[in-house]
Ligand binder design. Structure first.
Ligand code: FES
Length: 269
C-alpha cells in the first residue's frame, strides 16, 4: 500500500466503487434495533444508510436519501421513531421507507408512485449483525453460536479505515476463536464473551468502530476500545509518514484483496 492510500480521498473513492459497492457490509448489531421504530444511521464507505425495525418486527436497510431532492432524511446516528420526516421540506416515510405524505406546496404529482419510496437495500441478519449490500443479496458470515447480545461501544477514530482493519488483524491467524469477514468485520472469542468489531469507514480519514459484545456488557470492553483508538491514531501517523503495516497472514490477505480491487477499478475507469 502507498502512503497516499491512507491519506487521500482518491483511494477511498476507488474503494467506494469496488469494495463498498460489491461486498456485504455490516451496519449494526440486531440488538441495536431491538424494538419497533429503533433505527441506526451511518455512512458506510460513502453510502448513507439507515437500519430500522418496522412494526412487524422486520429489519430494513434503507438509503438515507430523500426522494424529493436527495437530501439526508435521518440526521441522528440512532433513535426511535414512528416515521421518518425529512427536515428540509417535510416529506415523510413509514418504517419500511414507503412514502406517506408531503406538504401541499412540495407534494409529488403522483403520491402513489413507487418511485417515491426510500430505496430499500438487500438485507440479511447473521450472527447477530445486520448486513446490507448494494449488489444483490448480501453474503454473510457465521461466527458460530453466540451468547446473548449485551451492548455496543461506539468509538470515533481519526484514521483511515484500513489502518483499523490492519490493527485488528495484526498478530492473528484464522482460527476457531478468530474470524475475519472481508472487508469490515472481525469476531473473536475472549473467555465467555464473543466480541464483534465492526469497522465503519465514514470518510477517508474518519472511522467509526462498533464493538459489539455478546455474553458480556458494553462496559466490559470500553477500555479496550479506547486502546484501539489510541493505537490506530498513532498508526495512522506512521502510515502517512511512509511506514508500512507489519506483515501477517491476514494483513497480507487484506492487502491482496485491496490490490485486486484497485486493479479492477483501473481496468473499468
Ligand atoms: S429534500 Fe427531503 S423533503 Fe425536500
Amino acid at each position: 500500500m502507498k502512503f497516499e492510500d491512507y491519506s487521500q480521498g482518491d483511494a477511498f473513492q476507488a474503494e467506494k466503487r469496488t469494495v463498498f459497492s460489491t461486498q456485504a457490509l455490516p451496519l449494526c448489531a440486531e440488538g441495536q434495533v431491538a424494538r419497533a421504530g429503533d433505527f441506526i444511521s451511518a455512512t458506510v464507505g460513502g453510502w448513507g444508510v439507515v437500519a430500522v425495525r418496522d412494526k412487524d418486527g422486520a429489519v430494513h436497510v434503507l438509503r438515507n436519501a430523500c426522494r424529493h431532492q436527495n437530501m439526508q432524511v435521518v440526521s441522528t446516528p440512532a433513535g426511535t421513531c414512528e416515521s421518518f420526516r425529512c427536515r428540509f421540506h417535510g416529506w415523510t416515510y413509514d418504517l419500511q421507507g414507503r412514502f406517506l405524505s408531503a406538504p401541499p406546496p412540495v407534494a409529488p404529482k403522483d403520491p402513489q408512485s413507487p418511485d417515491l419510496h426510500l430505496a430499500s437495500l438487500p438485507t440479511a441478519i447473521a450472527s447477530g449483525i445486520v448486513f446490507f449490500s448494494l449488489a444483490g443479496p448480501p453474503a454473510t458470515i457465521d461466527v458460530g453460536s453466540l451468547p446473548p447480545y449485551g451492548g455496543t461501544t461506539i468509538t470515533d477514530i481519526a484514521c483511515n479505515w484500513k489502518v483499523c482493519i490492519e490493527h485488528l488483524l495484526a498478530k492473528h491467524a484464522p482460527s476457531a476463536d478468530f474470524t475475519w469477514a472481508w472487508p469490515l468485520l472481525v469476531a473473536r472469542r475472549a473467555g465467555a464473551m464473543t466480541i464483534v468489531e465492526q469497522v465503519v469507514p465514514h470518510t477517508f480519514l474518519r472511522t467509526r468502530l462498533f464493538t459489539h459484545v455478546f455474553g458480556g456488557v458494553a462496559d466490559d470492553i470500553k477500555q479496550a476500545a479506547a486502546t484501539i483508538k489510541r493505537d490506530c491514531e498513532a498508526l495512522q501517523l506512521e502510515r502517512v509518514g511512509g511506514k508500512p503495516a507489519a506483515d501477517g497472514t491476514l494483513v497480507d490477505d487484506f492487502h491482496r484483496r485491496l490490490a485486486d480491487a484497485y486493479a479492477q477499478d483501473l481496468s473499468t475507469t
